[in-house]
Design a protein around this ligand. Structure first.
Ligand code: ADP
Length: 171
């Protein structure tokens, strides 16, 4: 069964096989985790994303899907880009958020990645409440059936870290 671990810090510093990026559908960069990954990883990642836009994902990567590129200069082999849903009060988009975790792990399995780092997808600019985001993240990874050995959630600040820690011990 997949081993779930938690660390507080910057996901661009974490040595793992694959780092998951909370991208936007353009794949051409943004703020938050996305900005940090492109800044530290260097232009190779953006080149690979542009190539995806020119081929398989002409209209961008749909919400809930995932695709891998090189990790450039990051201490990882691959970046797995996934597009989280924007949180909505009117509409339950939980299944799309779960799909980000599930599809990222499916891509990781295809790559043969043993260790994968995830940020708390959609909980930044996209506004998802941290507690619910943590619940969906932990439940989806636990039930994914992935061959990945370790999923490491990398939480940027202490409140996020505590929220994930509480979720893991509650279930
Ligand atoms: P989204 O658009 O999916 O909400 P964001 O990048 O804005 O994505 O935020 C997702 C989560 O990642 C937030 O909880 C944010 O605090 C966190 N975050 C931002 N930068 C980093 C980083 N360098 N490493 C890990 N987590 C980060």
């Amino acid at each position: 069964m997949v081993n779930i671990t938690l660390v507080q810090g910057d996901i661009t510093q974490v040595p793992v096989d694959a780092v998951v990026n909370a991208a936007n559908s353009s794949l051409l960069g943004g703020g938050g985790v996305d900005g940090a990954i492109h800044r530290r990883g260097g232009p190779e990642i953006l080149d690979a994303c542009r190539a995806l836009r020119a081929s398989r994902y002409g209209k961008g990567l749909p919400t809930g899907r995932a695709v891998a590129t090189t990790a450039g200069r990051l201490p990882a082999q691959w970046v797995i880009h996934t597009v989280g849903p924007v949180w909505s009060r009117e509409e339950d988009r939980s299944e799309l958020l779960a799909s980000c975790y599930r599809e990222s792990l499916r891509v990781a399995d295809e790559l043969g990645a043993a260790t994968v780092a995830f940020p708390a997808i959609s909980t930044g600019v996209y506004g998802w409440p941290m507690d619910d985001g943590a619940r969906i993240a932990v439940e989806t990874v636990r039930t994914s059936g992935t061959a990945v050995e370790e999923v490491r959630f990398v939480l940027f600040d202490e409140p996020a870290y505590r929220t994930f820690a509480a979720r893991i011990s509650a279930s």
